[in-house]
Ligand binder design. Structure first.
Ligand code: SAJ
Length: 443
């Protein structure tokens, strides 16, 4: 038991605190660059897995890296934060900062930084990667670290280097993306850059801490706003009687237009909360942030848009069988956090529909009966709703998919995987943002 906790008094180049979606790729990238890395997590099951060379994440490159790095002795893991921090030259903190009760919840991050502060050596470089509202490092984290008279830039070196990785492709993105490094002391910024340079091939761009905190949130708020524009267009095109995907494709041939894809809403742990973190950091309370707030509500309204496609034709009623295809928050990942499928399924269940779900990567059903295969989910269903553009769904023709459904079924395609201009004869097809079906259904 004791052995399981102790980092064996070894000296590590880096200690990564938090072995989640961000900490694991961070630890793997640094260890792959030749540094000796110890990962820390409070969850014993996570630490036990890594020690065995197994990955808590299903992402193939992470699975392969952990297996190799643990075998080569470059990566180890422990639940003992104090021991690992004390035995390391540098520390990177990448713990979760969830959005709870309408506020950014900083307790996990503050606790991790307190543990680091208690055990870090003189001269430690400390980099925080977690996403935080502007001002958090200055108001919450640095006061913890400077308790007892230690000073940033003198006794330790603090840098804020927000993560930018896309779950599903995290290791490649960690290594290749440009990164922002925020530090309020020039020595700290430089030390932060030095540390990240070991594994990051992209540019490491220096600024102050608050600018780095704000930039991270702006990146995700921007993506949320861009997607909201596409989603708003879906509603507009639906009522104009044209296909939004064709309109976007054509508009994007203009050299200065780059519209994203509409869908059933925006999910995942980042875009759904970071716009609120940004607004939380504001001191003024006027119309500032209005566009960001509106974007959030447009994206959240897409669940109703999908439900209205399901119910619009009057064929789906209490007791109807519905197959929901896709519960992950985006294509080809196994992560269901804040997935748009959740409110859609819960609403369907409330209305008394018989809902079966299937996702090739993710076992989450949000209360629906989880089918073991696509065929099991669609068998006898009156309606199939495609909510995630997984490659497996893209590869399957809808004509084949409906073969075992009930007679004259309805297929709702919320993610644009059906062929452009498809006019199937044996089933009704409704594509999100494609108003042409109204004309067709009326004729
Ligand atoms: N989505 C659309 N239409 C699109 C693109 C995405 O509806 O055209 C939806 C997806 O289906 C998903 C959601 O948006 O539900 C978010 O997916 P995403 O791929 O846009 O982003 P995330 O949440 O996986 O990762 C984002 C990334 N941020 C940006 O691209 C600015 C990533 O770089 C960040 O590191 C990550 O947030 C994070 O952890 O902050």
């Amino acid at each position: 038991m004791r052995r399981a906790k102790e980092p064996a008094g070894e000296a590590y180049d880096v200690c990564v605190v938090g072995l989640g979606y961000v900490g694991l790729p961070t630890a793997c990238a640094l260890a792959s660059s030749g540094l000796k890395v110890v990962g820390v997590d409070v969850k014993e099951e996570v630490v036990a897995k890594v020690r065995k060379g197994a990955s808590p994440l299903a992402e193939p490159t992470i699975v392969e890296s952990i297996r190799r790095l643990v075998r080569e002795g470059k990566l180890s893991a422990t639940t003992d934060t104090a021991g690992a921090v004390a035995a390391s030259k540098a520390v990177i903190v990448s713990v979760q900062t969830p959005f709870e009760g309408g506020r950014a919840e900083m307790k996990h991050l503050a606790k991790a930084v307190e543990a680091v502060a208690r055990s870090m050596r003189e001269g430690t470089t400390l980099v925080v990667e977690s996403t935080v509202p502007p001002g958090t490092c200055e108001k919450v984290l640095l006061p913890i670290l400077e308790r007892g008279g230690r000073r940033d830039g003198k006794n330790f070196f603090f840098a804020y280097c927000p993560e930018r990785i896309s779950p599903g492709d995290s290791l490649r993105e960690f290594v290749n993306n440009d990164r922002i490094v925020g530090g309020d002391r020039s020595t700290s910024r430089e030390k932060g850059r030095e540390l990240m340079k070991a594994a990051v091939k992209g540019r490491l761009i220096l600024t102050d801490i608050r600018t780095a905190e704000t930039t991270k949130l702006v990146e995700n708020a921007a993506r949320d706003v861009y997607i909201a524009f596409a989603n708003d267009l879906a509603k507009i095109c639906d009522s104009v009687g044209v296909d939004v995907r064709e309109v976007i494709e054509l508009a994007n041939t203009h050299p200065r237009v780059k519209i994203l894809n509409p869908g059933p809403g925006v999910g995942g742990p980042c875009l759904t909360k970071d716009p609120y973190f940004l607004l939380q950091g504001m001191e003024r309370r006027d119309s500032a942030g209005a566009l960001i707030r509106t974007a959030r509500s447009v994206n959240e309204s897409m669940r109703d848009e999908v439900l209205s496609l399901v119910e619009g034709g009057g064929r789906v009623e209490r007791g109807s069988k519905i197959a929901v295809l896709g519960t992950a928050y985006k294509p080809d990942v196994d992560d269901p956090r804040s997935s748009p499928s959740e409110p859609i399924i819960r609403s369907m269940l409330k209305k008394g529909y018989g809902v079966r779900s299937f996702d090739p990567f993710c076992r989450e059903g949000f209360g629906a009966k989880v089918a073991a295969s696509l065929e099991e989910a669609t068998k006898g269903a009156d309606c199939a709703v495609i909510l995630v553009a997984h490659s497996q769904f893209r590869a399957k023709s809808l004509d084949r998919m409906v073969e075992n459904m009930a007679k004259d079924p309805l297929v709702v395609d919320a993610v644009g995987i059906s062929a452009k201009g498809a006019q199937p004869r044996h089933y009704r097809l409704r594509r999100l943002g494609d108003g042409r079906f109204r004309t067709k259904e009326l004729s």
